[in-house]
Design a binder for this molecule. Structure first.
Ligand SMILES: NC(=O)C1=CN([C@@H]2O[C@H](COP(=O)(O)OP(=O)(O)OC[C@H]3O[C@@H](n4cnc5c(N)ncnc54)[C@H](OP(=O)(O)O)[C@@H]3O)[C@@H](O)[C@H]2O)C=CC1
Ligand SMILES: O=CC(=O)O
Length: 291
C-alpha cells in the first residue's frame, strides 16, 4: 500500500519510518525539504509539494504543528486541495481544534475527496513502535480503507463519529495530561523545598494510586533537568489553549486547566517551548524563586 505523509517533525518522521519498516511505500513532504533526506535513505520517495504527494497517493496523512500549519498545507498554493479529487482521501493527524478540522473537511469534500481526522495520543516512542492511540472521526469508508495503515501506526483506533469528535477527544486528553504534569512539577518542588528527597517521592508515587507511565517515564529525567523533546512544550501549551477554547464554547469552568496554561505560557516566555513539555518543571521552580 502506498501512502503520503505531510510533515516530518518528531511524530511524522517516526510514523513514516514505522510505515516503511512495515512494508508500506511512503511519499513524504516537509516544509523544510531537507528533512526528507533521512526518510529517502530508508526507502521513501519525495513529493515537491503537498499537492504532488496527493497526486501520487490514494491516501495522504498530515502531521502538522498546529491549526495554521494544518490549514496551510491544505489551502495554500501547492496544497492538498489542488490534487484531492474523488477516489482520494486526506487524513489529518495534527492536534487541532474542531473548527480547523471542519474547515479542512469542507475543503476536501468540496473537491470530491474524503476526509478523516485522526489525532493521536502517545508520543515519540509510541510513534516509532506503532503503539499510538488513534482518535478518528469523519468518513467511515476512509477509516475502513486506511485500517491497514492505522493498524501499523497505532495499537488501537477509535472511530468517534462526526468530524470534530476526534479533535475534541484529543484536546480533553491533553488538557488532563498538561494539568497532571503541572501538578507533578509542583509536587516535586514542594517535596524538595520542604526537605524531602524528590527521588524518594518518585518511588512512593510509583507504588501508589498515582503511578502512571507519564510520571514513571518523565520523573527521573526531570530531576536531572533533561528535557530532550518527545512532546514539545509549545504544543502542550497550544493544546491546553485550544481545550480552554472548547471549554469557553461549552461554558465549562476549568480553573485548573487555566492555571496550568499560565504556567506553560510562563515556560514558553522562558524560552523552553522547544524542549519537552516536562520542562514546565523549570517554570514552576522559577515561580517559587519569584514568590
Ligand atoms: N510530539 C508528540 O509527542 C506528539 C505530538 N502531537 C501533535 O502532532 C503534531 C506534530 O507534532 P510534532 O511532530 O511533535 O511537532 P514538530 O514541531 O516536531 O513538527 C511540526 C511539523 O509541522 C511543520 N510545520 C510547522 N509549521 C508549518 C507551516 N506553516 N506549514 C507547513 N508545515 C509546517 C514542521 O515543518 P518544518 O520541519 O519545516 O518546521 C514539522 O514538519 C502537533 O499537532 C502535536 O501537537 C500529538 C501527539 C504526540
Ligand atoms: O500529545 C501528546 C501525547 O503524548 O499524546
Amino acid at each position: 500500500m502506498e501512502v503520503g505523509l505531510l510533515g516530518l517533525g518528531i511524530m511524522g518522521k517516526a510514523i513514516s519510518m514505522n510505515l516503511l519498516r512495515n512494508g508500506f511505500k511512503v511519499v513524504v513532504w516537509n516544509r523544510t525539504l531537507s528533512k526528507c533526506d533521512e526518510l529517502v535513505a530508508h526507502g521513501a520517495t519525495v513529493g515537491e509539494s503537498p499537492a504532488e504527494v496527493v497526486k501520487k497517493c490514494k491516501i495522504t496523512f498530515g502531521m502538522l504543528a498546529d491549526p495554521p500549519a494544518a490549514l496551510s498545507v491544505v489551502f495554500d498554493k501547492g496544497g492538498v486541495l489542488e490534487q484531492i479529487c474523488p477516489g482520494k482521501g486526506y487524513i489529518d493527524m495534527s492536534t487541532v481544534d474542531p473548527e480547523t478540522s471542519a474547515k479542512i473537511s469542507e475543503g476536501v469534500t468540496s473537491k470530491g475527496g474524503v476526509f478523516l481526522e485522526a489525532p493521536v495520543s502517545g508520543s515519540k516512542q509510541p510513534a516509532e513502535t506503532g503503539q499510538l492511540i488513534i482518535l478518528t472521526a469523519g468518513e467511515k469508508a476512509l477509516y475502513d480503507e486506511a485500517t491497514p495503515a492505522l493498524n501499523v501506526i497505532g495499537k488501537k483506533s477509535f472511530f468517534l463519529g462526526q468530524v470534530g469528535n476526534g479533535a475534541k477527544m484529543k484536546l480533553v486528553v491533553n488538557m488532563i495530561m498538561g494539568c497532571v504534569m503541572n501538578s507533578f512539577s509542583e509536587g516535586l518542588v514542594l517535596a524538595e523545598k520542604s526537605g524531602l528527597n524528590p527521588h524518594t517521592l518518585l518511588d512512593v508515587l510509583d507504588l501508589g494510586a498515582v503511578s502512571s507511565p507519564l510520571i514513571r517515564g518523565k520523573g527521573p529525567a526531570m530531576l536531572q533537568s533533561n528535557y530532550s523533546p518527545s512532546f514539545p512544550l509549545k504544543h502542550q501549551q497550544k493544546d491546553i489553549r485550544l481545550a480552554l477554547g472548547l471549554g469557553d464554547e461549552n461554558a465549562i469552568s476549568m480553573p485548573i486547566a487555566a492555571a496550568a496554561n499560565e504556567t506553560f505560557k510562563k515556560a514558553r516566555s522562558l524560552g523552553l517551548g522547544d524542549l519537552d513539555f516536562s520542562a514546565v518543571f523549570e517554570a514552576v521552580k522559577d515561580l517559587q524563586r519569584l514568590s
